[in-house]
Design a protein. Structure first.
Length: 587
């Protein structure tokens, strides 16, 4: 770079200009005035071969991006390019605090820096390319300020921990830096969202409020007039706001009572004891979300799924999903939604963009602000030991211990959003009690993210699992375990079949070395009626590993066993129950 200024100084000043550019993108009048000022200055003798001539393309690209006619450039990259225009046009009355380098117009240092940092995006604009796939742009992580080494370490950590992560997406702006699926999951897998469904319900409430169909301060009881309920005083004081922030005043989640009672879930909710003043006491309450869904149906005459499809999914390119219902046919609202990882990413991008999609305000921006900020204190001690469940709750979204908020579902279904960094992580998992794990992975990557492109690196993906048959037990023999906390009774294997007895359950499943094999029929396991077929993976590393889980659901069984003659030792991990060291012998 031909410049009288060192790179560190240039980058520091460039970041100031980039910050100003981000503000301008939200102020169309000031933006156009700046662009016009820069054009006028460029017209006064700038040579065609000068580095400054590139600013003409940046100005045209910025106008196209601002009016929505060109969207195939990451929002992350636009402020970087526009930053050079800001510096070129300053100082003027538009941005009085900006002072350019002395001699800047001679050596064009910042323009050269812009071309180095954002040149790939500018070149794509010149070529007229699109590069979108299913609505997403794809960029090398380093171009988005994310070191490939950080993503490599994250994937390697997942593989080494043997945790059952199903998919990972990392996005910056509207570009994908990483999209990875662990076998057998793919981009087409519609995964059970569990409580991440709540965030979709919340956004429908925000849209309804924006349409004037309800107010967040509306009391709940009048929507269910004619229903007799207990604790009249507290129930009369309960508002939609209280349902949204889990501040209904109950001392326990009402959902279990609703599911057990049958009949009208709404009536059961309304007749549960309300021990606290609404708005003053946090208790995670899936029943509250169900009531939000019922209220939306009452004010619109449409099902929650129809509303979510009409108001959100169709607008962001998500095919109408499945949303499970209660016995009366109403969407469960607080769970039961099935989305792909890409669907989750689109929904997260909508929220991250302040409710805007392709220039349209889909969700009111002020509601996004409320939903993503702390609405109630949830720092009281509980069974949760991870801090990410104790730093504030918004409207059906959790605050994180770092500067982020998230949609959060049982087993580790996450959309982790960091608007200030324009960074998002999507995880689908079967982690059960190990659910905090992906949140810490995201935090680790965040610590290495830069606001500018970083040097290119190599992204290394996990190796395919393999089975060395030397790690297998004696085929056809049964190995019986001593009494243990996990309830593991015995294991036996043939060339292609695995039989495991756990408590009162016997699982007989097909397997193939290193690959994931799906059972031919639904199999009852762990005392729970299955929704999907079981998946079995058998592989070896330092010992034999056996993983069994129900496809897209949050419960996973992992056995790590070492066989030596007639002896077997190891451990069993069950993400929705007990884990234990195990010892056994051949029968």
């Amino acid at each position: 770079m031909k410049s009288g200024f060192d790179r560190e100084t240039l980058l520091a000043e460039y970041q100031k200009a980039r910050a100003e550019a981000k503000k301008l993108l939200g102020d169309p009048e000031r933006l156009e005035a700046l662009l016009a000022s820069a054009e006028e200055k460029l017209s006064r003798g700038t040579k065609a071969d000068s580095p400054l001539a590139a600013l003409r393309d940046v100005i045209a690209l910025t106008r196209a991006y601002a009016d929505g006619s060109y969207t195939d450039v990451p929002s992350f990259a636009v402020p970087g390019m526009l930053g050079a225009v800001v510096y070129y046009a300053a100082p003027n009355d538009l941005i009085p605090d900006m002072v350019p380098f002395a001699g800047y117009t001679d050596d064009a240092a910042l323009t050269e820096l812009m071309l180095e940092l954002e040149g790939a995006e500018l070149e794509r604009w010149r070529r007229g390319g699109t590069g979108r796939e299913d609505g997403f742009l794809r960029r090398a992580p380093h171009e988005l300020g994310i070191p490939e080494s950080a993503l490599t370490r994250m994937l390697a950590d997942i593989a080494a921990s043997h945790r059952d992560v199903h998919s990972v997406m990392v996005l910056r702006g509207d570009a994908i830096a990483l999209e990875y699926y662990f076998e057998p999951y793919t981009a087409d897998t519609a995964h059970a969202m569990y409580s991440a469904s709540k965030t979709v319900t919340s956004m429908c409430v925000g849209i309804a409020a924006g349409k004037g169909l309800l107010s967040l301060t509306d009391p709940v009881a009048p929507f269910f007039s004619g229903t007799l309920f207990q604790n009249t005083v507290y129930m009369d004081r309960m508002k939609i706001h209280d349902l949204l922030c889990m501040g209904t005043g109950h001392s326990e989640d009402t959902f279990g009572h609703m599911a057990e009672a049958g009949g009208s879930w709404a009536n059961t909710f309304l007749n549960q004891p309300v021990e606290h003043e609404p708005g003053t006491h946090f208790i995670y309450n899936t029943g509250a979300t169900y009531m939000l869904g019922r209220i939306l149906t009452k004010v619109t005459g449409k099902s929650l799924l129809d509303l979510a499809d009409e108001w959100i999914f169709r607008r962001i390119g998500v095919k109408r999903p499945v949303w499970l219902t209660c016995p009366e046919g109403y969407a469960m609202a607080g769970l039961g939604l099935y989305l792909t990882a890409r669907d989750m990413a689109k929904f997260g991008m909508l929220i991250m963009n302040g409710g805007r999609w392709n220039g349209e305000q889909v969700i009111p921006e002020d509601y996004i602000r409320l939903a993503s900020s702390k609405q109630i204190d949830n720092s009281a001690p509980s069974n949760d030991t991870d801090i990410n469940w104790h730093v504030g709750y918004g409207y059906q979204m959790w605050r994180c211990s770092y500067d982020a908020f998230r949609a959060d579902g049982l087993g580790g279904q996450y959309i982790v959003m960091m608007p200030e960094k324009e960074l998002m992580f999507v995880f689908t998992d079967s982690l059960g009690t190990e659910a905090p794990y992906p949140l810490h992975l995201a935090e680790d990557v965040l610590s290495e993210v830069s606001d500018e492109p970083v040097p290119a690196g190599t992204l290394t993906l996990p190796a395919q699992k393999k089975l060395d048959r030397a790690y297998l037990p004696e085929l056809g023999a049964e190995y019986v375990f001593e009494e243990n906390a996990a309830g593991l009774k015995s294991i036996a294997m043939t060339d292609d079949t695995l039989t495991v007895r756990i408590k009162k359950t016997t699982l007989t499943l097909p397997y193939a070395g290193g690959r994931t094999v799906r059972s031919e029929t639904l199999v009852n396991w762990m005392g729970v009626a299955p929704k999907n077929r079981l998946m079995t993976t058998v592989w070896s590393e330092d010992r034999l590993y056996i993983r069994v889980n129900e496809y897209t659901e949050p419960a996973t069984l992992l056995l790590a066993l070492s066989f030596s003659g007639a002896d077997v030792t190891g451990e069993m991990r069950f993400t929705m129950g007990s884990s234990a060291k195990v010892i056994g012998k051949k029968a």
